[in-house]
Each structure stands twice: as C-alpha cells, then as structure tokens.
Design a protein around this ligand. Sequence first.
Ligand code: FAD
Length: 286
Amino acid sequence: MKARAFSYFRARTVEEALDAHARGGDEARFIAGGQSLVPALALRLQAPRILIDINHIDELRGVRRDGEWLRIGALTRHCEMLSEPLIAEFAPLLRAAAPFVAHPAIRNRGTLGGSVALADPSSEFPAVVLALDAEIEIAGAAGRRRVRAGDFFLDLFETALAPGELLVAVHIPLFRSNQRIAFDELARRRGDYALVGCGIVGSFENDLIQDIRIAFFSVGNVPTRARHAEAALVGARMDADRIVAAQAGLDNDLAPADSDDVPPAMRLHLARVLLGRLLGRIGEAA
Ligand code: FAD
C-alpha cells in the first residue's frame, strides 16, 4: 500500500513546529524517526494531510548534564543510547535496554522522544523512563511543563501530551553509586517485541534495599510499576525468600489481558520468572 498524499513542512524551531501543528489541526502529525509513523502511513492506519518534520530542531538534540538531572533531547536516536558516554555513566538502564529495541537499522533512526510519545505498551523505553522516575518536558501553545513518567502514560497509546504538543526532552535523575540496575525481556526471537519485559533500579544501604522501582512492559495497556513486589523488598536483604515474596506480589501488580499469542496466566508466569532472574542479578551485583 502507499501512503495518502500529504504536504511536508520542515520545522527549524519548537515554535515553528507548534504553529504548523496548530494550523494543521487533526490533519497534522509530527514526524521524528518515522519508524512507527511511516509504516502506519503506508498501511493507511493513519492518513494525515501534513507531516511536520522535527528532525532539524536543534533544541530537541543532544544529551547533557543539568544539575542533578541528565537531559536527553527528544531526537536522541535509539543507537545513541549505546554510544553516548553520558548515558552509560548517568542513565545505564537506558543503555541496558537499547539492544533489545528492534534491529540496528531501526535503532539508527528511531528516537527516544518518538518512542515515549507513541507509548506502545510493548516498547522498552517507556518502561525504562518509568523505572527511572524520569520527567518528560512538553512544549505546547500554553507554554512548557514537566510531567513525571508515572503521570505521563495514561492508557493504550494515550499520554499526557495534548493534541499538538511536542515532547522536547526526557530528564533523568542521575545514577548514583549505591544504585544497581537490571533489564531483560523474554521474546520469541531477538528483536521481536517482548512477551514480557522489565527494568529495575534499586538503591542499597549496607546491603539493605533502601528503595526499588520495578517497571514491566508488554503486560498491560501502559508500562506498569510492580508496587507490591517493590514493597516486599524494601528494607530487606536480597535473598531467596525476599525474591519469592516479590514474585508473589506480582499477582496483585499485573493483570495481563487475554491475547491471541499468550494466555494471561502464562504471561504472569513469565513475569515472575523474569523478575526472579533480574532480582538475582541485582543481588549478586550488590
Ligand atoms: P515516529 O515514527 O516519527 O513517530 C511516532 C509517533 O510519535 C507519531 O505519532 C509522531 O507524531 C509522534 N512523535 C514523534 N516524536 C514526537 C515528539 N518529539 N513529540 C510529540 N510527538 C512525537 N520499538 C520498540 O520499542 N521495541 C521494539 O522491539 C521495536 N521493534 C520494531 C520493529 C520494527 C520492524 C519497526 C518498524 C519498529 C519497531 N519499533 C520498536 C518502533 C521504533 O522503536 C520506533 O522508532 C519508535 O517507536 C518511534 O520513534 P520514532 O522516532 O521513529 O517516531
């Protein structure tokens, strides 16, 4: 299939992009890496009349330290998660997740902003920004604001972005020396979307888990914190009993929907297996 005819506008600033979108209304779409939007156009799942190219907006580029935060511009490509030294040092969970996102050709073009704005429930990065307690910087007609990741993902492909708003950057609290991370997913083939995936950040004090954030993806409409599992771990040592208790907590945390490929009970089982592996790795590292 071919995409419906559309006009093209190359924005040079955030303001130009917002103005162009306001003029186009429902018929306008921003395009970043195009790795999700272009297939949707080709299949006519979407048929906008105007595409606003945001790839030439300098403000959306670059990774830099900003006080206690790492500011990652929306246009940062998935492949940069693997090559950018500041991400390795200050946001290693993003780096750990990147090899699981699609294939090299897609990682060369796809952007962090596009992945977070799209909010595909099977995507790695939305869950990672949730685990990291990141803040999403948004620009719109009413000005700028920052939204915590926990308040950003609202429902299936639905976020706190209002129509015509632009995701400018993702701000991540700097990784600290007492923290440990782990990321993994279970997929039928490397590069496929995960059957279930999980990212974890834990802080330790004298071998005790001070704080831990566990975020799953591919188990519901939005990336999901495993709060009962977290509560089973805080204040304890990471030993076998605690890991079993955290796995049991998932019964209250996750409610996978019925789907053609994996029954809910199987997905929950896979989530427990994955959590056990990841907590074991974090325990060894600590
Ligand atoms: P685009 O395709 O350009 O845009 C996607 C949507 O986000 C559009 O609606 C667009 O208007 C909007 N948007 C983009 N940027 C912004 C912004 N800054 N502000 C507001 N709205 C914006 N992803 C995974 O996570 N895991 C995978 O395993 C995976 N496998 C894939 C396999 C294949 C074969 C393909 C084609 C894609 C796969 N993807 C996967 C998707 C890929 O990661 C996309 O790159 C990503 O989801 C979207 O980023 P993008 O920059 O390409 O966005």
